[in-house]
Design a protein around this ligand. Structure first.
Ligand SMILES: Nc1ncnc2c1ncn2[C@@H]1O[C@H](COP(=O)(O)OP(=O)(O)OP(=O)(O)O)[C@@H](O)[C@H]1O
Ligand SMILES: [Mg+2]
Length: 270
C-alpha cells in the first residue's frame, strides 16, 4: 500500500485545554488513506472524529492546543512542519479539502455563490475560463441552472443545495483527498441520500480519496472501502468494511453496528 499511500498519520496526539482541564481529544492515533480510497470514521459522540479531521487538515480555529504531535504526512510531506503559506498552497493545489455538517456556518452570507467558488479555484489553469470552471463545478455537484445559481446568495438556497455548494467549493481546488464531517446529518433523509450519491459519484469520477465521518454505519457499508472505529481519542479497530460488519473485533464496534441497524429498521417501518 505504501506507494499509493496519500495520507499517513502516525501516533497523532491532540490535547486541548478547556479552562483548567486538558482533554486528550486524540491520544495516539494511526490513520491512513490510500489514493482514490474511501474510508469511514465512526465512533460515539466525543470520540475525537472531528478533532482528528481538523488536526489533519490543520483547520483548528478557536481551540487551545496543549499538545499537537505525531507524524502527519501527505504524499510524504510533513503537514505539521508546514507554515501557513505552505498549507494554503496545499489547499489550493491538489491537496485536501473539507466539508462540514453545517454549510451556512462556512459560507459567506454576503457573497454570491459564484464568487465564493471562484475564490477557491485551484491556480492550475488550462481548463477553460474561471467562469466556465465555476459553472462546470456547480453542474458537477448536481445543481440545476448553474448560471442563475452562481448569482444567488447562500440564504436563498435550501439546505441540500447549500451542502452541494459547499462540495463545489471543496472541489474547486481539485483535491486528492476530501474530508467530509457528517456532511448530510443536517439534511432530511431523501436529500441525505442524494448528496451522498453525489459524493460517491465524484469520488469515483475524479478518483478522489474520501474520509467520511458519520454516525450512520449504513453509509459506511454503502460507500467505504475501510473503516476506523474511534473511542475516547483512540482508534480501537480498523478493518475492511466487509470484515468489520461480518466480524467486528470489539463489542463496542458491534454495538455501533447494532445501533445503526436498529435506527435503519425504525426508519423503514415508519
Ligand atoms: N474547542 C474545544 N476545546 C476543548 N475541547 C474540545 C473542543 N472541541 C472538542 N473538544 C473535546 O474533544 C473531544 C473530541 O471531540 P470531537 O468533537 O472531536 O468528537 P466527535 O467524535 O467529532 O463527536 P461528535 O460525534 O459529537 O461530532 C471531546 O471530549 C470534546 O469535548
Ligand atoms: Mg464531530
Amino acid at each position: 500500500m505504501s506507494a499509493s499511500l496519500l495520507l499517513d498519520v502516525r501516533d497523532l496526539k491532540v490535547h486541548l485545554r478547556l479552562g483548567h482541564k486538558v482533554v486528550k481529544a486524540i491520544d495516539g492515533v494511526d490513520f491512513q488513506v490510500g489514493r482514490g480510497e474511501c474510508v469511514g470514521i465512526v465512533g460515539e459522540s466525543g470520540s475525537g472524529k472531528s478533532t482528528m479531521a481538523r488536526a489533519v487538515t490543520r483547520l483548528m480555529p478557536n481551540v487551545n492546543i496543549e499538545e499537537l504531535s505525531g507524524r502527519l504526512a501527505f504524499e510524504g510531506r510533513d503537514i505539521l512542519a508546514m507554515d501557513d503559506g505552505d498549507l494554503r498552497a496545499l489547499r489550493r493545489g491538489r491537496g485536501f479539502s473539507m466539508i462540514f455538517q453545517d454549510p451556512l456556518g462556512y459560507l459567506n452570507p454576503t457573497q454570491r455563490i459564484g464568487r465564493q467558488i471562484h475564490e477557491a479555484l485551484s491556480r492550475d489553469a488550462g481548463r477553460g475560463s474561471d467562469k466556465t470552471r465555476v459553472l462546470t463545478l456547480l453542474d458537477e455537484v448536481g445543481l440545476p441552472d448553474p448560471a442563475n445559481l452562481a448569482r444567488r446568495y447562500p440564504h436563498e438556497l435550501s439546505g441540500g443545495m447549500r451542502q452541494r455548494v459547499m462540495i463545489a467549493i471543496a472541489l474547486a481546488s481539485d483535491p486528492q483527498l476530501l474530508f467530509a464531517d457528517e456532511p448530510t446529518t443536517a439534511l432530511d433523509a431523501t436529500v441525505q441520500l442524494q448528496v451522498l450519491q453525489t459524493l460517491y459519484r465524484l469520488h469515483k469520477e475524479r478518483n478522489m480519496a474520501m474520509a467520511i465521518i458519520t454516525h450512520d454505519l449504513g453509509v459506511v457499508a454503502e460507500l467505504c472501502d475501510r473503516v476506523y472505529v474511534m473511542r475516547a481519542g483512540k482508534v480501537i479497530e480498523s478493518a475492511e468494511t466487509i470484515a468489520l460488519f461480518e466480524q467486528p473485533q470489539h463489542d463496542y464496534s458491534r454495538r455501533l453496528i447494532d445501533l445503526s441497524t436498529r435506527r435503519l429498521t425504525r426508519e423503514l417501518q415508519s
